[in-house]
Design a protein around this ligand. Structure first.
Ligand code: NAD
Length: 399
């Protein structure tokens, strides 16, 4: 199997958008108040569930491939302001056995929503566009899988929580690390009491730098929410799940030490952090720690998670796909290989996006609740934003 970095680099080179695109193409959509055609989309789910994909860059393409890997589904509409990404999506749909000529193609997500052709939408546009796009989707009443981070700020995340709670909309936030086979097995072990009373959750991510994106939106905190929001919302979501209580205090040290310092966009050097230590206290006394380094390409694993309780410690390693249990009395157990044979498309997230999609589809078909809610999305953004605030102010942030 190709290494993750190699796969991502290949995918990057394949993306026609990377021949260069102006930031002007990424102009944020108008607000929900500007949305003139407030037609309620009917959510009559036919046998074949019809998807719209909003934003068809790298992650949108992964979603299209996931949808193609599930029976009785089809991508029937896409929207993206960049022609290169729209063509990439159509080529991918065709490669996956779909009919490109029947796909409705839009530059603006509001046109896609007004057309009313979709039973569900996936939003994979850049982080800073999520709030406006998501509010429009909620207003249209279409079930939505919204990519992480839910929004770039706590304020926008709260606005979305408020909008969702005042509607019947089903909004599922794309925090799919929960579904990575070794991580979901670790969560199961912790929840079933293997480690006893949980006291410490340690998460290490040592990986490659941020990839290039369409219009280079991910080079600036104002677009991403900051690295600890953009990237690490996944890990704060896991910490919360594993701690089993609300976060109360966050303290962090971090910065931009190595990456992107030799780049400039219209004369502006990127300002995104590439390393940090973050400590989180939870209401039940559990302590969480994140160790992030984004100039550690040579690492055997990208993510290493250890949860320690009064009885034992359980660890998960990705992409090694291994779990280990060390009991305080019995000692270190063997490496347990965790494979999920039901994964027919691995994508770039070890099959976790496919598992997420299957569960999302089930909720769409049955009118079920999301497993990853907007409250989860808000909490993960809050923790990341608090970590940035702690770095910027040199203080402990109380949530
Ligand atoms: N869950 C994960 O693990 C994961 C991994 C990668 C990216 N993501 C998220 O997916 C989203 C997209 O990231 P990406 O890596 O695909 O970026 P990308 O730059 O490759 O693609 C983004 C696409 O959105 C388009 N776009 C810009 N404004 C838009 C708008 N208003 N409406 C619709 N489309 C618009 C761009 O033209 C581009 O084609 C981001 O929110 C990112 O954080 C999540």
């Amino acid at each position: 199997m190709l290494g993750e970095t190699t796969q991502l680099n290949r995918l990057w080179r394949l993306n026609p958008a990377n021949n260069g695109v102006g930031a002007a193409l990424l102009a944020p959509p108008k607000t929900a108040n500007d949305y003139q055609q407030k037609t309620k989309v009917s959510v009559q789910v036919s046998d074949k569930v019809r998807y719209g994909v909003i934003g068809t860059g790298m992650m949108g393409i992964e979603h299209i491939c996931n949808i193609a890997a599930i029976d009785d589904t089809a991508v029937v509409a896409i929207s993206d302001p960049w022609e290169g990404s729209r063509n990439w999506a159509l080529d991918t749909i065709e490669q996956q056995g779909g009919d490109r000529s029947s796909v409705e193609v839009y530059e603006d997500h509001r046109q896609l929503l007004s057309a009313g052709a979709c039973d569900a939408v996936v939003v994979a546009s850049p982080n800073m566009t999520h709030i406006d796009v998501a509010l429009d989707v909620v207003e249209a009443g279409v079930p939505m899988l919204l990519e992480k981070p839910m929004c770039t700020t706590v304020e926008d995340s709260q606005r979305l929580v408020d909008a969702v709670s005042g509607s019947e909309a089903m909004v599922w936030v794309g925090l799919e690390y929960r579904y990575m086979p070794p991580i979901s097995r670790l969560i199961d072990e912790v929840k079933s009491g293997t480690v006893g009373q949980v006291h410490m959750v340690a998460i290490r991510e040592h990986r490659f730098p941020f990839l290039r994106k369409v219009g280079d939106w991910n080079r600036f905190n104002r677009n991403t929410g900051g690295t600890l929001v953009e990237k690490c919302c996944h890990f704060f979501d896991l910490m919360y799940l594993l701690a089993g209580a609300e976060p109360t205090r966050v303290m962090a040290s971090g910065g931009q030490s190595v990456n992107h310092l030799d780049e400039a966009y219209d004369g502006e050097v990127p300002d995104i952090a590439d390393n940090a230590f973050v400590i989180v206290d939870f209401a039940n006394g559990v302590r969480g720690m994140l160790d992030l380094c984004m100039f550690a390409e040579g690492s055997k694993n990208e993510q290493e998670i250890a949860v320690t309780g009064d009885i034992a410690k359980v660890e998960a390693f990705v992409p090694e796909a291994v779990m280990r249990i060390a009991d305080r009395e019995a000692g270190q157990g063997p490496d347990i290989d965790i494979a999920d044979p039901s994964i027919t498309y691995e994508g770039f997230h070890h099959g976790s996006s496919l598992i997420e999609h299957r569960a999302f589809l089930e909720a769409v078909r049955n009118g079920g609740d999301p497993e990853v809610t907007v409250r989860d999305g808000l909490r993960s953004v809050q923790m990341g934003a608090a970590a940035h605030e702690s770095i910027n102010t040199g203080t402990i942030i109380t949530l």
